[in-house]
Design a protein around this ligand. Structure first.
Ligand SMILES: [Zn+2]
Length: 506
């Protein structure tokens, strides 16, 4: 018996094939047939004129703690996303993440990786989640914020990484602009990536530099992948900073050359000109050494020293030189009177550097949205077949970057329909199989008999997102139905309730 037929839609298989007008038959959690004239189902949904695609897979999410929130959180399902990859940028919330509280601003129990995954499974995520183990978390668990590892520390980190992969971590992530990850040399990352290799999972990285030194930073990531023989995922690909605009080929040429040399590298991207991160990322990472940030910022001499590093640009300079004060929006701060205002507005007549230091000293976990990319680079990177889509979202509360609520609909509406940067079949592939394959999610990211019935049905004429940096949480348009293993969790644009996602292991 067939449970459900999606009748007469334009079916994209997620592999980039030409679409066909067909019915999709679903039984239990699986697609059982795709073709014309299917019949005999308990229920049918007429989807003529709509695109039927595999549920989107978000390559780069930070929803690690979202499943533990009191209410179900449909913010990804409402974008058509059925699976998120969490634990990015070096930060997972296990193992033993309590020592990173100063940076994350959140306190969590000292979970093992297995305990974290079972806490998520018990709470019940609203969509499927797979989780990377973070290098900064591993380092923090063993050595706190110490810049140098002691004898035996790296071995211990490798053991913890192996435990995480045994428990079901879908890869290793790093965030090399954030301490303590930023203290690592290449050799330390190779050692950990070799553990990932033993489990056949990839290495994802927020590069050591995404601006002037992005080429060298990418060379390092490729070297790590080559020496450890792992697949490489370059997170949120960009060329940041006004002096670097127009240099997307610097990144793309290296990705292509690495593949030609046998390294299996891909990347992901969010379709915006602004990023979002902690306000402290404006400062050189050395400011955060040893967890002494407040102490360092209390010294006028240190502020001057940091400023000269920041203004020099390149590796170790932080994001200060990549943006202007009017392009830096404070989105969360312990003093709520600063949120929703730009650094330029907060500073007024005062020196913006000093004001930024004051803001960070007052709340080291404060967050910002920072405009640092150029439209031509975003489009050039997007058009490359090696690049998939990842939102880099924050939690779905408060003033977050609009990518949290609208990344996928915006990509489809603004870049595919309006600008034609890529065609629909390729756009769907970028959001589905490109990422599912990279993270070893079998049976997902494509649509055909035998696949899991994670499905997104959307209207190509209306899909989009109107959220802005100051009013980000608008509901996306054009996402009509979303299915999670055969269950209709979004119907006619409305969340139907429940926590039906799974913890996925590769
Ligand atoms: Zn990142």
């Amino acid at each position: 018996m067939i449970d459900l037929i999606l009748r007469g839609g334009t079916v994209h298989d997620g592999l980039g094939s030409a679409p066909e007008t067909a019915d999709v038959a679903i039984s239990g959690s699986r697609v059982v047939a795709v073709g014309p004239g299917l019949s005999g189902a308990r229920r049918e949904l007429d989807v003529a004129g709509l695109i039927v695609a595999p549920g989107f897979v978000d390559a780069h999410a930070h929803s690690d703690l979202v499943p533990l929130m009191d209410e179900p959180q449909p913010f990804k399902l409402l974008q058509g996303v059925t699976t998120e990859i969490n634990g990015n940028c070096g930060y997972s919330y296990a193992p033993d993440a309590s020592r990173l509280e100063e940076l994350t601003g959140v306190s969590v129990p000292d979970w093992t990786f297995a305990a974290y995954l079972s806490a998520v499974a018990v709470a019940g995520p609203s969509n499927h989640v797979a989780t990377l183990v973070g290098h900064s978390t591993l380092r923090g668990a063993v050595a706190g914020f110490a810049p140098e590892l002691a004898e035996g520390d790296l071995d211990r980190m490798c053991e913890l990484a192996a435990d995480a992969f045994e428990a079901g971590a879908c890869g290793l992530s790093s965030g090399l602009i954030y301490p303590p990850g930023s203290y690592a040399g290449t050799g330390e990352l190779v050692a950990l990536a070799r553990v990932a290799h033993r489990y056949g999972v990839p290495y994802t990285t927020h590069l050591r530099d995404e601006g002037a030194a992005v080429g060298e930073a990418l060379d390092e990531a490729i070297e790590i992948a080559r020496r450890a023989r792992v697949r490489l995922q370059v997170s949120h690909c960009k060329v940041a900073g006004r002096p670097n605009h127009g240099r997307a080929s610097l990144l793309l040429d290296r990705l292509r050359a690495a593949r030609a040399a046998g390294v299996d590298v891909r990347g992901d991207q969010y379709p915006y000109l602004a990023g979002a991160t902690v306000l402290a990322a404006l400062l050189p990472p050395s400011a955060l050494a040893g967890g002494r940030l407040r102490e360092v910022l209390a010294s006028p001499f240190e502020r001057l020293r940091l400023r000269s590093l920041a203004e020099a640009g390149g590796t170790g300079s932080g994001l200060w030189g990549d943006a202007v004060p009017a392009g830096i929006l404070v989105t969360s701060h312990a003093d709520a009177s600063f949120t929703g205002r730009t650094l330029a507005a907060i500073a007024g007549e005062r020196d913006p550097w000093e004001v930024a230091c004051d803001l960070v000293a007052a709340d080291p976990a404060a967050q910002m949205v920072i405009e640092m990319m150029a439209e031509e680079d975003v489009a050039e990177i997007m058009a490359d077949p090696l690049i998939g889509i990842g939102s880099d979202n924050g939690p779905p509360t408060g003033l977050e970057h609009p990518r949290t609520w609208g990344c996928f609909p915006r990509f489809l509406g603004s870049y595919v329909r309006e600008r034609g940067v890529v065609g629909w079949a390729e756009a769907v592939r970028k959001m589905t199989s490109a990422t599912a394959d990279q993270f070893g999610l079998r049976g997902r990211g494509w649509l055909g008999a035998g696949a899991y019935a994670d499905v997104c049905v959307f209207d190509p004429a209306t899909v989009g997102h109107t959220g802005t940096y100051t009013d980000p949480s608008a509901r996306p348009t054009g996402i009509v139905h979303v299915l999670l293993e055969g269950r209709v969790v979004v119907e006619s644009g409305e969340f139907t309730g429940g926590r039906h996602g799974r913890v996925l292991r590769p």
